[in-house]
Design a protein around this ligand. Structure first.
Ligand SMILES: Nc1ncnc2c1ncn2[C@@H]1O[C@H](COP(=O)(O)OP(=O)(O)OP(=O)(O)O)[C@@H](O)[C@H]1O
Ligand SMILES: [Mg+2]
Length: 251
């Protein structure tokens, strides 16, 4: 049976009187990678931000419909802090905190009450290994994270997100600002992570969606136009809009 880790039911999101997401329904399967694709402005980031309730912070934003995490309503049954522990997010631009590599990783676990150095050391090593960064930084854990390269900073942000053991990881164009080698490392990390996480990744790279995702959801103008297993969506899209988008995006 398919385990629907996140289920979206008739979700609409409005900023002021502009409808950004329009009656979206879909689900994200546990231990899978879903790619979200679509033109700039179609609402991909808004969808990820809503799943993490970052939209709570936007005064003029109105959300209707339901998002269920393990069948529980994220707006009614789960507090924002618990939600953000269970659902991590990585952004396009790496945003490490202005503190050491170690403290970046320990930040979340400390907030959640983990104080022991032995435990924090273990979390730091495990998450940095999972994010394919350990070998590069293990002798410099006290170094300020802002001194790392862009690709290393992004892997640190992934490690930081992993440090609180999220069940879902939202990645908003997490590799688009990186060189191909760093991007490839992060793709490997994602493939490894899906063993224990449900990943939803926004990407403008069709090649990346094809390489790493199990399912692809195509959005246009705030609506889901088509969704399918990735191989199927790219080889035999059913909707004219999808065909057109894939054709232009593949160049
Ligand atoms: N805080 C906000 N206030 C008002 N409008 C917003 C806000 N955030 C996003 N929007 C609008 O919502 C629409 C969708 O934006 P969103 O960032 O979700 O698009 P996107 O698909 O992620 O695009 P891109 O590929 O360029 O990142 C845009 O028209 C944008 O201007
Ligand atoms: Mg975006």
């Amino acid at each position: 049976m398919v385990n629907e880790k996140i289920c979206i039911q008739n979700l609409s999101v409005r900023y002021g009187d502009v409808n950004i997401l329009k009656d979206i329904s879909t689900f994200f399967k546990e231990n899978s990678i879903t790619a979200l694709i679509g033109s700039s402005g179609c609402g991909k980031s808004t969808l990820l931000r809503t799943i993490n309730r970052l939209t709570d912070l936007d005064g003029n934003c109105a959300v209707e419909g339901k998002i269920l995490l393990d069948k529980k309503d994220i707006f009614r049954d789960i507090g924002a802090n618990e939600l953000r522990k269970r659902v991590g997010m990585v952004f396009q631009k790496p945003n490490p905190f202005d503190m050491s590599i170690y403290d970046n990783i320990a930040f979340g676990p400390r907030i959640h009450g983990i104080k022991s150095k032995i435990d924090l050391d273990e979390i730091a090593e495990n998450t940095l290994r999972s994010a394919a960064l350990w070998d590069e930084v293990k002798d410099y854990l006290k170094k300020n994270a802002l001194k790392l390269s862009g690709g290393q900073q992004q892997r640190l942000c992934i490690a930081r997100a992993l440090a609180v053991k999220p069940e879902v990881l939202l990645m908003d164009e997490a590799t688009s600002a990186l060189d191909p080698t760093s991007a490839a490392k992060i793709e490997e990390v994602m493939l490894e992570l899906k063993q224990r996480c449900t990943i939803i990744a926004v990407t403008h790279s069709m090649a990346q969606a094809i390489r790493i995702s199990d399912k692809t959801v195509f959005l246009a103008n705030g609506m889901i136009i088509e969704e399918a297993d990735t191989a199927k969506l790219f080889t035999s899209p059913q909707e004219a809009k999808t065909k057109q988008f894939i054709k232009s995006a593949l160049g």
